[in-house]
Unconditional design. Structure first.
Length: 155
């Protein structure tokens, strides 16, 4: 992998900047990747100025900042985007535009940080051929987990 993008979706939450920073620093320092930040979730792929290069200077000092330096969209579903046409609100599918933007950037992976809705969209994009890595972000107790056996430590 040489070119990756990272985005945050859904509600704002603590720890997002920490993930953005970790992804960026690891990708650059360990793998020599070029990293891009996608502004306001999936919308950034098709919005003017929605793609920002991320380098080590861009992520320096972001750990104590709340939220996400990339912004987020809580209702940014490219498969059901609400737009105004002829004075009426209609729902259109712009997912192919997102896929084309990702392909034109020659990305090897899109790292998606989000909850159920954001990761569901990521899965649908994966089904369209987008290489996706999902990072779960949720305050709900909806992640499946495996109960590990208890370990007793004797003094």
């Amino acid at each position: 992998m040489k070119r990756i993008a990272v985005l945050t979706g859904g509600g704002d939450a603590p720890g997002l900047n920490a993930v953005i920073r970790a992804v960026t620093k690891t990708a650059i320092n360990l793998y020599g990747c070029e990293v891009f930040g996608i502004v306001d979730s999936y919308d950034g792929f098709i919005a003017p100025g929605g793609v920002l290069p991320l380098d080590l200077a861009a992520v320096r000092g972001i750990l104590p900042r709340g939220g996400t330096i990339l912004g987020t969209a809580n209702r940014g579903n490219p498969f059901a985007r609400k737009v105004m046409q002829a004075g009426e609100e209609v729902i259109i599918d712009v997912s192919n535009d997102i896929v084309k933007a990702i392909e034109s950037m020659h990305l090897d992976a899109v790292i998606v940080i989000g909850g159920d809705g954001t990761l569901r969209i990521a899965m649908e994009l994966f089904d369209k051929g987008v290489p996706v890595i999902g990072v779960p972000k949720t305050i709900d107790t909806t992640l499946a987990a495996r109960k590990l056996p208890s370990v007793s430590i004797q003094p």
